[in-house]
Design a protein. Sequence first.
Length: 401
Amino acid sequence: MNAKMESFLADLQNGVHYLIDYYRVIGIPYDANVEAIKKAWSTLQLQYHPDRFHGLAREFQVEAEFKIRVINEAREVLEDSEKRREFDLKLKEWKGPISNSGHHVFDLTKPHFSPLSLIFGTEDEGFKRLRRELSLQFSGFDPNTLALIEGFHQTNPTPETREALRVQLGKKDLALTLQEGALWENAGFLNEKPPSSIPLAYEDAVQLRIDSTRALVGETIHQALVSVLVKAGDVDLKMLGEAEEAVREKIAQEPATALEKLRERALHRLDETSESLKAVAKERALIAGQLLETLSFVYRPEQHTFHPHLALCVMVPAKHQEEFGREYWFHAWIEDESRIAINSARNDILSQSETAAAWIESGKNIISFTPLKGVELSDQIKYVVRKHFEKAMEGNSKTTD
């Protein structure tokens, strides 16, 4: 690797977000004293002394030089009480990847860009068709079955047809989730996990994700190119897909060009995929709306007069009860003709019959519902509140008449 390439790599690595654990680098416990630090440093200095690598392959010499540099950094930080205190605090609060050797590391469990996705070029119609077919197979979704269940539920809505409709809508959403994940991967962005609960405004949410991803392309390409260059030892010209010899030579002479070419190609690929992502988002938002229409709620105790003030009890699923409790309460009221206010509240006592009766006698209602899977909870709360106040306003208009 030439000097220009080494300099380019050094600049790139400044953009990679990881933290070196200096304690692990020199092999000491976190409560080690200054004498232990000096002893460990001295041992490593002897182990990686240049004289021990004289005459060996250049790769071994470079690694030894790197090790000497890192252990010197470690000693400089850990022997200085103020620098060590600041480092300990940073290490404690650090949420990203940690290097135990000093070499750069990547957290591949988080969303990141893979330049290897650019090898295969634009996705063709055959792959698109295969992706759709696989999503249907894995999800078990059948459009004909959904249409049949929708017809049954429209003509004879029962708890059974409602539950069957939810199941089919859930399968359709799973198929779309798989397609959405595949689209992100096709654009080169891995581990972009779509949410399991979809807001009604999912199109806007996906647009924001696309915009933020586009803005971060420079940084993600930065990190990805470090990985490619370090593993390959040089710019992988074949991966960049350039056929013209003159262009290939230019990239070899000017490594920074590779970074810009990757960035441009990644942006182009993301733009190509954006319309498909937004189309899937629109379908998922429509499913969320359909699921909301199957949401059922009850007045407790049963009530037939509807008031402009409401206590809303959300029944927490069993797996979350330890964290949130069995019930979660909200207050909702009509502030004026165009505004409904909703606030979270502590109203566990309304679960008691006497307290609930007094609440109702004061001109308020109590509603309870169990949340649906696959729909944003805030949208479910707004849906129930809106349905109640439609009844309340309808009752007021009848009284006025």
